[in-house]
Design a protein around this ligand. Sequence first.
Ligand code: PSU
Ligand code: MN
Length: 314
Amino acid sequence: MARSANEFLQMSREVTAALADGLPVVALESTIISHGMPYPENVETAQRVESIVRERGAVPATIAILDGRPTVGLSESQLQRVASEPDVAKVSRRDLPVVVANRGSGATTVAATMIIAALADIRIFVTGGIGGVHRGAHKTFDISADLSELARTNVAVVCAGAKAILDIGLTLEFLETQGVPVLGYCTDVFPAFYSRQSGFKLDVALPSPEKLASVLHTKWRLGMDGGVVVANPIPAQHALEPETVNGVISTALDDANNKKITGKAVTPYLLSRIVALTGGASLRANVELVCNNARLGAELAVAYSNLTKTDFKS
Ligand code: PSU
Ligand code: MN
């Protein structure tokens, strides 16, 4: 077991060994698998992401809750379970203790994955897009728990920005208020998931995984708790036309309104509606951007572990 392993955690042997040796480990979430993509593309993507992380010299640790155990590093069959069982719950911060106490199973959101990654001592986490402030939040109060998690938990989240189903401007304002650094990787504009640009400028653009790692290392050595958003735009050849995406998103939002979808069902509903409305084009873009994030996340984990190795020696 790793030094700080919590009594509830179930860690794969590979992840335990990597952490004990100070090797780079990348956490991966599972709500993107269970509620973010259809089967079987979801499990294929999860496997492809794991192999990209390995190719780049890090150990992948996909995280979910299985039979009441927060599990770090899923086996093939555990991954299949999360990807294909229809009753796998979507678990965010508030659901986590309930599902564990009831010995349930669930897929973890960005927020819940950050909590479990931090318990396991994993600092780098790769996903597709973070949750955020929803459009119309002044009336609905719909603000993802991902954002308040980023304010408090010491994990860096590599993502392709946030989807335009959200109010991206308000999402960035919330992150600023909460003191969460948003680091653009080779970009000074926050990316909008399917497209490279949201129109919102970032204060910080960094050119390499080493520079990103240095900010993380410095933040946490300053004793400043909380996460960091690393914003990595989708590769140009896989990006969708913003005009197409915007039309589809308005339709999906109208549909959600008409169906009176609320609470934790909103984001999964919108995601699946967008896949249907684009005839699968959005799914292909989604897969590619996650793979691109896995490349950067692995390189960041390697760079970060080089910095912490030096701490250990000195
Ligand atoms: N955004 C995406 N794809 C996703 C999600 C968000 O583009 O799969 C998932 C992530 O797991 C994220 C969660 O943490 O949705 C946010 O849900 P909510 O808005 O209910 O907090
Ligand atoms: Mn919500």
